[in-house]
Design a protein around this ligand. Structure first.
Ligand SMILES: Cc1cc2nc3c(=O)[nH]c(=O)nc-3n(C[C@H](O)[C@H](O)[C@H](O)COP(=O)(O)O)c2cc1C
Length: 201
């Protein structure tokens, strides 16, 4: 349940870069893809052979986003294994409704990630990013009732690169952050692409 649109048109690439927080690496990368969830194609296949479409929005969003994620990550792994660099562009969600229109995406198709793939500038070879300590991610038999302050401090300590990690995650996930601003845009896009979950009994 995925579709991948390779952006080869320079004018379109420039426009998408502008819509994705004006990120120059979208213009500069050798390749730029928009990886989408796609239940349109499946619906066409089902209806083409005479069955009635029965999948609803929650499954479409969950499974479609999962499939798009697996495709994108496998593209990243393949590119990196060949020595290329890759950069996810989550900022497609900043204008996901407009981007869906720019790419003529039909109902049932929704951009999930942008993906830059290209040759790494040796002068700016990216350092490996730290990872959240495993004991905050992998659990045995049940989820912990709470995270002790010591474990939370350890996560901040592990994730600190040049500045406090809160400076990085706060702008995304705290009040008035990027994610809060994306919410109404995504709601609009989900409605526009006919993926907004309808109530079920
Ligand atoms: C879902 C997702 C969205 C991202 N969006 C952007 C983005 O819009 N612009 C950007 O420069 N990097 C973006 N990144 C890349 C991160 O900033 C970071 O460079 C990358 O995750 C580091 O690679 P690593 O996780 O392999 O260490 C994104 C990464 C992920 C996983």
């Amino acid at each position: 349940m995925y579709a991948c649109v390779c952006i080869t048109d320079a004018t379109l690439r420039d426009r998408l870069a502008t819509l994705c927080a004006d990120q120059q690496h979208i213009r500069d990368a050798a390749e730029f893809f928009v990886v989408c969830l796609d239940v349109h194609r499946l619906r066409r296949l089902i209806e083409y052979r005479g069955l009635e479409w029965g999948m609803r929005e929650r499954i479409a969003l969950l499974y479609g986003a999962t499939d798009a994620t697996m495709v994108a990550q496998n593209m990243v792994v393949a590119a990196e294994s060949l020595g290329y660099g890759a950069c996810y562009i989550g900022a497609v969600q900043n204008n996901v409704d407009v981007i869906a229109q720019e790419l003529s995406l039909p109902p049932g198709v929704l951009p999930i990630y942008g993906l830059c793939i290209g040759v790494i500038d040796p002068a700016h070879y990216p350092p490996l990013k730290p990872r959240i300590p495993r004991d905050l991610c992998f659990f045995e038999n049940s989820y912990p009732a709470d995270f002790p302050a010591q474990a939370l401090e350890a996560a901040y300590a592990a994730m600190r690169v040049k500045r406090d990690w809160l400076d990085s995650i706060g702008v995304y996930f705290a009040t008035d952050g990027t994610m809060e601003h994306r919410e109404p845009i995504m709601a609009r896009a989900w409605r526009q692409q006919e993926l907004d979950p309808r109530p079920v009994e």
